[in-house]
Structures are given as C-alpha cells and as structure tokens.
Design a protein around this ligand. Structure first.
Ligand code: PEP
Ligand code: MG
Length: 601
C-alpha cells in the first residue's frame, strides 16, 4: 500500500473512465498498490535478506499445509469415486516440489545473491526450471512444466497475502484508487468504510463491476492511469453514473456534485415506491423481475428493492477468499439459508460454480496457467474436469431443496454432449442421494445459461433437453463480438445492441418458445434502463438483475406498452449497425423518459 505524493495536476482536473456502479461519492483517495497480475519486483537491502528468506519459508510452509489439507479432504470426498490414485499422485508430486532443492533452495540463493524480494526470486527461478523441463525430449518430463507453474503460483499466493490484509486495514470512509481489483478483492470491501473505488483496469461487465453494484459502492473502472494521476489523500468526486472523477475539485464543482448526489438519491427514493407493484405494462403484459446475487446476504437487498425471486445466484463466490474448498455441508447450509431467507413462494436459481476467467479460487489447485483464461477451463468445463467438487456442490443443492423452491442452472454450456455429461452427473447424484435415503426434491428443474455463441445457435436442440434457459448476455456479447469483457481497451466494442446480438437473442427466445421452455436474461443488459423496451419486445418471461436496478426497470415497464416495445424491437431488427440502433434507442428512450438516469452498463 502506498500513500505518496508524486503527481502534479491542476485543481479540479477531471478525467473519465467507465461508469461501473452508479452513485456519487466524495472523499479522500486511498491508493492501494495492488499489482496482482505481476509479482512485485523489489531490490532489498543486505540487512533485509534474512527476513525476506524467512518470509519465503513461511509462505512455502503455509502453501504446503494448505495442499496437505486439500489432499486429505479430496481423498475423503473421493473415496467412493475410485479416483484416489490419480489425485494422490498429483498431490504428492506437488508436495515434493515444495521441498525441492531446485525450487526452494535456489530461490533462497537468488534472494541472497541478487538482493531481491522473494516474489521476484521465485519468479526468476521457476522460469529457469520451466525452461529446463521445456527442453526435455521425454514428453512426460516436458509436461512437468505445468507442475512447476502450479506450485510457484501457490507459493506466490501465500507470499502476496499480506496485500490482501491491507484491504481489511481500511478504517475510515475512503475512495480506493487501485491499478486493479479482482472480484474476490471487491467482495471483501466493506461499504461502511469504502465510499467508492476507481481502477486503472476493468470493463463494464467485469465481475468486479458487478460486485460493486451488488454492494452499492459507486465505481469507475478502466481509467487506464488513475493510479498515476491521483495522489493518496487527494480529495475526489467519483461519479459512477457518468464514469467521471474530479481530483481536488473547486468549490463550485463540489457544490454542483453535492446537488447532483441529492437529485440522484431523491430519484432512487421515488423509484422504490413502486416496490410492491408488478412489472406490468399499461396494456397488460407482465414480466417477472428477479435479482442476481453473489452472496446469501444479498437476498435482503433484492427483496427490499421489490423482487422475490433470485434469477441468478453466482455460487462461485462461495469459493473465493479462502484457503479450502467449501464442504458439502457448507454448500447445503448456504443454499438453505438463501431459500429460507426469502418468502415461501420465491424461486431461487442456483448456478453451479462458474469459476475460472476472472473468478479465481485460491484453494483446490483449480486453475490452469493460461494466457487466455476466458477461453479455458471455466464454468461447466471446470465442473466436469473436477467432478468431485461438482458433485459436492450438487449434493448440497439437492439437500437444500426441501427448504424452498430452487432450480439448478449450468454455466458455459457449449454443446449437447457437454450438457448430457452434466445431466448424467446430476442424475448420478440424485441416484446416490436416493440410495442413501437423503430427503430431497427429485424434480428440481435444470436449465442452462445461453452465453456461448454455439449454445445460442443450437438452442433449438438444447431446449428439448432442459427445463429452462437463462441468457447470459455478458458472456454472449464477449464471445460473439470477440472482446474481453474485463479489458478497458476494447470496451468500445462492447455493444449489446449489435445486430448480431439482437439476432441471437431473438433466435434463442423463439427456439425456447417453440419448445415451451421459459427463458430469461440474467446478464447486466437486463438491468440497463436503456435496453428495457427492446428486451421487453423480445417477449422474455423474466429479467434478472442487480438489486439496485430493479426499481428503475420496473418503472420503465409500468410506463410503457408491450405494443410499442415490440415496434421498437422490429425497427431495431431492420437496422444494420450497432451505432444506428444505439442512436435510435437512445433518442426514443430519452424522448419517452426524459430526466432519468439512463446509465450505460
Ligand atoms: C453472463 O455471462 O451474462 C452472466 C450472467 O454470468 P456472469 O456475468 O457471471 O459471467
Ligand atoms: Mg457468464
């Protein structure tokens, strides 16, 4: 963590980024130096060498302890699966590596000789070892590269853990300015202490932005260089609606933003008055609005914002910021808590864990070293690859089913074969529970996320084998338009109204209709007021979104007709470019709903 004065800029300087979570915050900058992507590289003084070696040894010891715990637990969990041998072997290889002279002693030598910090030394040394294995003739030995990468990563995580603690040390209302915050970091932020955050990296629908909205913390991401422009202690205004940051504002700027904050808060307070009214158009078309959650605590906010159903529970967040994987009992108790905290008629859609890409668990050695993680072992691919963890979760979900209505949602399905494999695991889990005499609801509906373009294209086939569809526009847009949703440099390409996206949505929804399968959208697009009428025109059954978006979306629906929504969609479907469609929609929505905050997601 650094709090240094290094930048010169004129008072009141304004710069912009991507408005990721709405609201206006005024406070002091707290610079959080979290260069998590690269290990910190620092020269150290001679008298720091011993302490650095000690820090390294402690990180190795805790990484070893963690691995041993995982090994024991996995062996217990897998006893019935007969896959003990393989896991035993991998764990033992990794444990041995943590004692290996080449990896451990040579890193210590580098710390001593080069007088560099442990992260840097470990990085240099593991690269050397990886190179060594890479040149092996024997394919088995060549593959050991990935074990070295994995073990060094584990140790590195334990080394950088001190950075994590620094988030906890925030004691007053500050605005965090950081190079990057992972979704796991963001989840740790206490809204009572953090007024807002600003990051150099990040995109509109990154999970960091999504968590900020859930926590109702205003945020601006993708500024590219906020950490260079802002000094620790600077007074900031963060406008998460427009994606603007004002550094050391003038008195006039401050007064204007205090007024804007007041207007925004009044606007939100008025919207909430609709809370108990249905999301129904003036010509009688009713759509269900539901909430997206990442943690059980968020159900309260969904209900207070006027929804009773959870349309997407991102359970992978249960796996973050911890050193061991959740047990079956923990899954069960967590899901039971969620369903019991909702009214009895509520339905909770539990998505099986969608780890990978930007959601990285520290425990379980789940993640590969990939230069393209969004296209790697993510979602259902990881579930099927680590079946024992998938089954543990499924058992927890089924055991929670007698306590409230729930559905199972499978993420990142790309084709029928993959779906059938997942359904087979679900059926086997049901069988196992039956054999054990466990009480559960065997009729729990199973649906798929439509978020991979191949799934959208074959949605007619998928619809015949599942109970419902939930369209994940965040990923559907990312993969269809070939842009990284977390990358600020390509955020200009993130166009939810791209004709390709509208066509895909239209196609998926009609395929669902033909098969009589309920269909919803649970991507961020569902909570964006600008798109409400277009989505309404598509004839969806449900829109699921961040709690804070529910009142505004409801108001727009209640002030519109289905007929006009349909006409608007038809106009859009005739147009050929996203720019044309966006201009049309912006004009129409501003005409219909002047003076509202049509914030872009
Ligand atoms: C989506 O992809 O639209 C979605 C809802 O899932 P996530 O944002 O968690 O990837
Ligand atoms: Mg997704």
């Amino acid at each position: 963590m650094t709090d240094i004065n290094r930048n010169q800029h004129s008072p009141g300087c304004i710069f912009s980024g991507i408005g990721a979570s709405p609201g206006i915050a005024i406070g002091r900058a707290f610079l959080l130096d979290r260069a998590k992507l690269k290990p910190r590289r620092e020269k150290i003084a001679s008298d720091q060498v011993e302490a650095e070696i000690e820090r390294f040894r402690a990180a190795v010891a805790s990484a070893r302890k963690e691995l041993e715990e995982i090994k024991n637990r996995t062996l217990q969990d897998n006893g019935r699966e007969g896959s003990i041998q393989k896991h035993n072997y991998i764990f033992d290889v990794h444990l041995l590596m943590m004692e290996d002279k080449m990896l451990i002693d040579d890193t210590i030598t580098l710390i001593k000789e080069k007088k560099i910090n442990a992260e840097w030394a470990l990085n240099l040394n593991s690269e050397k070892i990886i190179d060594f294995f890479r040149q092996m003739q024997d394919s088995y030995l060549r593959e050991r590269q990935s074990d070295v990468t994995h073990v060094s990563e584990q140790i590195l995580r334990h080394l950088t853990k001190s950075d994590f603690d620094s988030i906890d040390k925030i004691t007053r209302g500050v605005i965090i300015v950081a190079h990057d915050l992972s979704p796991a970091d963001t989840l740790q932020l206490d809204p009572g202490k953090v007024k807002a955050f600003v990051t150099d990296l990040g995109g509109r629908t990154s999970h960091t932005a999504i968590v900020a909205r859930s926590l109702e913390i205003p945020a601006v991401v993708g500024t590219e260089n906020a950490t260079e422009k802002i000094n620790g202690g600077d007074r900031l205004i963060v406008d998460g609606i427009e994606g603007r940051i004002l550094v050391n504002p003038s008195r006039e700027q401050l007064t204007a933003y205090i007024e804007k904050r007041q207007q925004y808060n009044t606007f939100q307070a008025q919207l909430i008055l609709n809370r108990d009214l249905p999301a129904e158009t003036t010509d009688g078309f009713r759509i269900s609005l539901a909430g997206n959650i990442e943690t059980p605590e968020e159900t309260e906010s969904v209900v207070s914002h006027g929804a009773v159903n959870i349309g997407l529970y991102r359970t992978e967040f249960l796996f973050l910021n911890r050193q061991s994987l959740p047990s079956e009992e923990e899954h069960y108790l967590t899901y039971r808590k969620v369903v019991e905290s909702l009214p009895p008629e509520s339905m909770t859609t539990i998505r099986t864990f969608d780890l990978g890409s930007d959601k990285i668990a520290d425990a379980g050695g789940l993640h590969e070293d990939s230069i393209n993680p969004a296209l790697g072992l993510r979602g259902i691919r990881l579930c099927l690859n680590r079946r024992e963890i998938f089954v543990t979760q499924l058992r927890g979900i089924f055991r929670a089913s007698p306590y409230g209505k729930l559905k199972i949602l499978l993420p990142m399905i790309s084709g029928l074969a993959e779906l059938r494999q997942a359904l087979e695991v679900i059926e086997e889990t049901r069988e196992e529970l039956r054999r054990e005499g466990v009480d559960f609801d065997p009729e729990v509906p199973v649906g798929v996320m439509i978020e991979v373009p191949s799934a959208a294209v074959i949605s007619d086939h998928l619809a015949r084998e599942v109970d419902f569809f939930s369209i994940g526009t965040n990923d559907l847009i990312q993969y269809t338009l070939a842009l990284d949703r977390s990358n600020e440099h390509v955020s200009y390409l993130y166009e939810p109204l791209h004709p390709a996206i509208l066509r895909l949505l239209n196609q998926v929804i009609s395929n669902a209709r033909v098969a009589d399968v309920p269909v919803s959208i649970c991507g961020e697009m569902a909570g964006e007021p600008l798109y409400t009428l277009v989505l309404l025109g598509l004839g969806l059954d449900k829109l699921s979104m961040n709690a804070i978006s529910i009142p505004h979306i409801k108001q727009i629906i209640r002030q519109s007709t289905f007929v006009e929504a349909r006409q608007m969609l038809e106009e859009c479907l005739k147009m050929k470019t996203a720019t044309e469609i966006e201009a049309f929609i912006t004009r129409e929505m501003n005409r219909r709903f002047p003076d509202t905050f049509l914030m872009k997601i």
